[in-house]
Each structure stands twice: as structure tokens, then as C-alpha cells.
Design a protein. Structure first.
Lengths: 302, 360
């Protein structure tokens, strides 16, 4: 028993036994704790995610008859494959835009005083309190041809910029909605970085840019990866923003799922589309994981 | 009282004698709009529609029915056929009367929607040809071409041919991309292409869709009625295909657009009773009250959609009347899509339409 508790405690993520705790009894309870603590979340996930997912997967193989027909249909219909590819490409663009926009912002949050930090945190959180539809409609008003951005552009005598109903418009709108999911993990990692390490690098003769690239950036990468994964995965399922800000050429997979499930009542096909998206996401993450782990190790070593 | 209702009255009387327990509401096909006092006391009906001013207007049209029959009316929505399918499959149908768009009652007749027993409804004042096997109309409206006055000035588009002619009439087009394929528009595309719609085959669908695609990459496919209205009010598109209700509201709000009435597309919402509804007689009673002259007048006055009782004479102001589809002048210019064809080829047409929407 004490063996188990020792391994668990050494695992890193689990709470370490505090100094005052002694005796096998106490250790046993601690050993059981971590799994117990996860129970509520696990139960919720099984009920709200696992069961529906299982049903969707089953239906994709059984509706209207048992077999692979829904998957054959998916891959033999050009529009599905095009839109699947487009969905991943839009998600990647959104992730890149979010990283570029969030990194300096999160850094600023760690550098300013407490009052300014509160203001910056509020700026991140306030959009969370406004419904996604409202925010997207605000973007319609900003981006449309007769909108505010184009009025300003025309004021300077330039040609109208096509923003709405383009992929650019969709990426802008989605990046704004998803930015907090990038800023917050980044900030929490950056806050933990010991700035004396950067100072040490500088005192040893490194230029500021080198100190940043060699010391600060690697230490902040876990935050970048965490944020990027959240943003990327959330992007894949976006529905309202592409529908309102995009044109036909920025339709994402969720829109096709919606039309199969709600208009055509082909639940098997809709399920197959969902499963393909899920599996494709897993494959992509599995490919990216070794790379991230590598960086993570490097970062923790330095 | 017509001879038909007398006959059905007799049938009802026979049923009454047989099923004493159902006596309270077994009178068959009373004239549309009649409600028996206290006949549904203690009962609850769930009415499902699309929300907004439309459903508010429907509820107002049903107020007399609710007050007199004593029924408790619950409202739900928006109508989603997938939700209805889930209810029917699980055997727990909570919806009693469902308002749907054009095609579903034909596509899913007998499977999701009950075949209607017309001895329980007075359909004598419904415009000709609108009663389906599983549905009666809920209201009429139109899909109409609106053009921007400032773009076309003295030389505006006059029909669908001009809509598809981007050389003589340059400018962005906005099309109803809210869901089901717009059969009427595909048919107009086939006609503009020089084809015929008399004996359409599934191959013709491609021709019509190719004509729509040929408008070019700037085509806007709006997703909701509100979006189409926003496009008009902000002047974003030069020609917009709009529902008459939205077109009227946009013009009221200052959109400088003009409707083209030649071959406007006739569309309607449908009233249905789901398979497995708890109390079909009560559902029939609601629909029969809804079809009444007075109810239909209230509906039109509140929503600007055209009534489906030919005797209804709603009092509306000029701005509403301008967009009513049942005025003699508008009625004769309407274009009726080939519902039979679109229902028979619904899956094929939907797949092709979806591909068009997704830019393929």
C-alpha cells in the first residue's frame, strides 16, 4: 500500500502528503483521494459526453442499415472532403492569429501593476459575458461593405475591402471569440516564470532578444501549447460565426452536419461526419503530441 | 350549412352514439372557426411554430379558441423536424399541432405526420389546391425579388430572367440559403437557361443549380430571415430574394428596395398533427378554429402574412397591403413550384443544394 501511495505522490500532478501526516491509515486515504476527486467530473463526462458519443457512433454505422455506407458516402462526396479540409485550415488560422494576438497581451498582464492587471483581465473577460451571437452580429456591422471599417477605408479614398462573407472575416470573428482561451492559459504559465532567470541571462551578456528567445520563450511554451490546443479544438466545432460572417467558401463541417441532421433527417450521415471530425482531430493531436512533449521537457530542463 | 357538413354531421352523430365518453368533442367538422364552450376544459395542447411575431400572431388568432374551449395552450418552438423525429421514435410525442415549412408534411407524410381526417376539419374556404394529405396551410406568403432602387434607377429588373442576367444587370445577388432547396428558384433557373419545367428530371436540377452558380462568387446566401432584412436595410446587396414579411418590414424600416411581382414564388407554412400525438381530437379542434375567418383576419393583421381563409377580410394599412400575396393583382402573378417533383426528389435536390451552399 505504501508503495502505491509513494508512486502516486511522486507522479507530480497529485497532491503531495503534507509533512504532518503519518501512519499507513492516513496514507491509504490519500492514495484513494485522487481518483475520488475525479469522480464528479468523470460521471458528468460519461453521462453528458460518453453516452451521446456512443449513440452517435453507433448510429453512424447502423442508420439506416448496418454497414459502412455513411462513411463511404462521406468520402465519396467531394463537398464533404473539401469542407473537412477547410475546417482544419480555418481552425489553424484562428489558432495562429490567437497566438500572435495573445502572447504580447499575456506578457503585458504579468508586467504591469495590480490595478492595470485587473483592467486587462476585465478586457479579456467582459466579452465572455456577452452572448456569442451578439458579438458575431457586432462583427457583421463592423465588417460589412457598408460597415464602419469600410467607411473609414473609403474616407481615405481607398477601395472597399472585402471582409464579410470571406474566410478572413470568419477568422477575425472566431479569433475574437476564442482569444480568452489563449490568453488565460498563457498568462497563468507566464506568471509562474521566474524573471530572475532572464535577468541572469542578461547579466551573463545575452542581448534582450537572445534572453527572450533562449530563456523566456521556451519557459512559456507550455502555455502556448495548452492555449493552442483549446483554441484549435473549439474552432473545429464553430457554427454560428462562420454562418453569419462567412460566405459559401467558408462553410465549416458543423454547418453540413446541421443540414444532414436537422433538414434531411439523415442522422447516420450526420453521425459519420461527427466521427470523422473527431478521429481526424485525434490523429492530428497524436501527431503533434511528441513535438510538444519534446519542447515541454526542454523547457522544464532549462 | 352546406350539404357536406350535414353529411359529416351525421357521421359525427353516429360516432357520438358509439363513443359516449368522447361526446364532448365528437361533433364532426363544424364550420371552420367554431369553438364549443368549455369543450376542452382541463386539457393542454402544445402548439409549435417558428416564434417571433409570427407565432405571437398565431397565438392571438387562437385566443378566442383558448378562451371559449377552456384549453390550456402551451407554446414551443422553433419547429425542428429532427426533434419531432426524436419524439416519434421514442414514443413520447409532446407536440400536438406543429407548424412546418412547405415540404416536410409531404416528405414525411404518414411517418412523422398523421394523414388528416378531413371529416374533422372544414377546409371549404382554404384556397384551391393547398390541402395536402397530411397538412393544411397555416398561412400564405411569397418569396419575392427585391431590387435596390439606387442601383437600377430607370432600368430595373423585371423578372427572374433579369435576375440571372449579370451582364445587363450587374450587382450582387442575395439568395435564400436558410435551409431546404428553393424549388421555385431552381425552376426559374432552368427556365432562364432556356429549358422547360414541364417534365423535369433530376438531371434538370443540375441545370438550374448551375444557373444559380453562374451568378458568380459574390452571391450571398443568407441564413435567416433577419439576415435578409439586415442586408436590405444596410443596402448590402443589389438584388435580394426575400420573404414578403421580411421585405415589408425592411421597407417600413427605410430600405429603398422595390419588389418584382412577376412570377413571385408561392410558399406557405403548413399545419400538421404528429404521429402519436396524445389527443388528436383536441388537435383537430385547434386547427379547425385556426382556419376560421376571424382567426385568419387577426393573423394577417398581426403578422402581414396572407390569410388562408378566402372569406377573411383583414384590415391592414397600405404598407402591409403592398406586400400581401392574396390581393387579386399579386395572386394572378404567382408562380407555383412543382411540389410533387421536389418532394419525390427531396434527397437529391437537398444534396445538390447543400453543395451549392458550401461553395462547391
Amino acid at each position: 500500500m505504501s508503495q502505491t501511495s509513494h508512486t502516486l505522490a511522486a507522479g507530480g500532478d497529485n497532491p503531495r502528503p503534507t509533512g504532518g501526516v503519518q501512519g499507513p491509515q492516513r496514507r491509504l486515504r490519500l492514495a484513494a483521494y485522487p481518483s475520488l476527486l475525479a469522480m464528479p467530473a468523470l460521471l458528468l463526462l460519461i453521462a453528458a459526453m460518453g453516452y451521446p458519443l456512443l449513440t452517435v457512433t453507433l448510429r453512424s454505422f447502423s442508420d439506416p442499415a448496418w454497414g459502412m455506407q455513411n462513411y463511404v458516402w462521406f468520402f465519396s462526396t467531394p463537398v464533404n472532403v473539401t469542407v473537412l479540409w477547410r475546417t482544419f485550415s480555418i481552425a489553424a488560422w484562428v489558432t495562429i492569429v490567437c497566438v500572435i494576438a495573445a502572447y504580447p497581451y499575456a506578457y503585458l498582464m504579468t508586467a504591469v501593476g495590480p490595478r492595470m492587471r485587473l483592467v486587462l483581465i476585465l478586457c479579456v473577460l467582459v466579452p465572455f459575458w456577452v452572448s456569442g451571437v451578439v458579438r458575431t452580429l457586432a462583427w457583421v456591422i463592423l465588417l460589412q461593405d457598408s460597415g464602419i471599417i469600410n467607411s473609414v477605408v473609403r474616407l481615405f479614398g481607398l477601395d472597399t475591402v472585402k471582409l464579410i462573407r470571406t474566410q478572413t472575416g470568419v477568422v477575425i470573428g472566431m479569433a475574437q471569440v476564442l482569444l480568452p482561451f489563449m490568453i488565460l492559459p498563457l498568462y497563468s504559465v507566464m506568471r509562474g516564470i521566474d524573471l530572475r532567470l532572464v535577468q541572469a541571462a542578461r547579466s551573463l551578456g545575452a542581448r534582450p532578444s537572445l534572453a527572450f528567445l533562449q530563456i523566456y520563450l521556451p519557459l512559456s511554451l507550455p502555455g502556448v501549447f495548452a492555449g493552442a490546443i483549446i483554441v484549435f479544438i473549439l474552432s473545429l466545432g464553430f457554427y454560428i460565426t462562420p454562418a453569419l460572417l462567412g460566405g459559401p467558401r467558408s462553410t465549416m463541417l458543423s454547418t453540413l452536419v446541421q443540414s444532414q441532421v436537422l433538414s434531411l433527417l439523415n442522422w447516420g450521415r450526420g453521425g459519420a461526419m461527427g466521427v470523422v471530425l473527431l478521429v481526424a482531430t485525434f490523429v492530428l493531436l497524436a501527431l503533434a503530441a511528441p513535438l510538444m512533449r519534446q519542447r515541454h521537457k526542454q523547457a522544464s530542463r532549462s | 350549412m352546406g350539404s357536406r357538413s350535414i353529411v359529416s354531421g351525421l357521421v359525427g352523430a353516429a360516432a357520438l352514439a358509439l363513443i359516449a365518453a368522447a361526446a364532448a368533442h365528437a361533433q364532426s367538422a363544424p364550420p371552420a372557426g367554431t369553438v364549443v364552450d368549455g369543450s376542452l376544459k382541463g386539457k393542454t395542447l402544445t402548439f409549435v411554430s417558428y416564434g417571433g411575431i409570427y407565432q405571437d400572431g398565431q397565438v392571438a388568432a387562437l385566443k378566442e379558441f383558448v378562451d371559449k374551449s377552456g384549453v390550456k395552450l402551451l407554446n414551443d418552438g422553433p419547429t425542428e423536424i429532427a426533434k419531432l423525429q426524436a419524439q416519434v421514435e421514442s414514443g413520447n410525442v409532446t407536440w400536438d399541432v406543429v407548424d412546418t415549412d412547405d415540404f416536410p408534411p409531404f416528405v414525411h407524410c404518414g411517418k412523422l405526420f398523421q394523414k388528416l381526417d378531413l371529416t374533422k376539419l372544414d377546409v371549404s374556404h382554404i384556397p384551391a389546391g393547398q390541402v395536402g394529405e397530411c397538412s393544411v396551410p397555416a398561412m400564405n406568403y411569397g418569396t419575392v425579388l427585391m431590387y435596390k432602387n439606387s442601383t437600377y434607377k430607370d432600368n430595373p429588373p423585371k423578372d427572374w430572367k433579369d435576375f440571372f442576367d449579370t451582364e445587363k444587370f450587374p450587382g450582387t445577388r442575395a439568395i435564400d440559403g436558410s435551409g431546404s432547396p428553393i424549388g421555385g428558384l431552381i425552376e426559374q433557373g432552368i427556365l432562364a437557361d432556356g429549358g422547360s419545367v414541364d417534365n423535369m428530371t433530376p438531371a434538370d436540377i443540375d441545370k438550374g443549380i448551375a444557373k444559380i452558380k453562374a451568378i458568380g462568387p459574390d452571391t450571398i446566401f443568407w441564413k435567416t430571415g433577419a439576415e435578409s432584412q439586415q442586408l436590405a436595410e444596410s443596402g448590402e446587396a443589389d438584388m435580394i430574394i426575400m420573404w414578403t414579411g421580411r421585405a415589408m418590414t425592411a421597407v417600413k424600416n427605410g430600405a429603398a428596395y422595390t419588389p418584382v411581382w412577376k412570377d413571385w414564388l408561392v410558399v406557405m407554412d403548413q399545419l400538421t398533427i404528429p404521429v402519436g400525438a396524445k389527443d388528436t381530437d383536441a388537435s383537430y379542434a385547434l386547427i379547425n378554429a385556426y382556419l376560421g375567418k376571424k382567426s385568419q383576419e387577426v393573423l394577417t393583421e398581426q403578422t402581414s402574412y396572407s390569410p388562408i381563409n378566402t372569406e377573411a377580410q383583414p384590415k391592414v394599412d397600405a404598407s402591409v397591403a403592398a406586400f400581401l400575396t392574396n390581393t387579386p393583382e399579386h395572386a394572378k402573378q404567382g408562380y407555383q413550384q412543382n411540389i410533387k417533383f421536389w418532394v419525390a426528389n427531396f434527397a437529391t435536390a437537398s444534396d445538390k443544394w447543400t453543395a451549392l451552399m458550401a461553395g462547391n
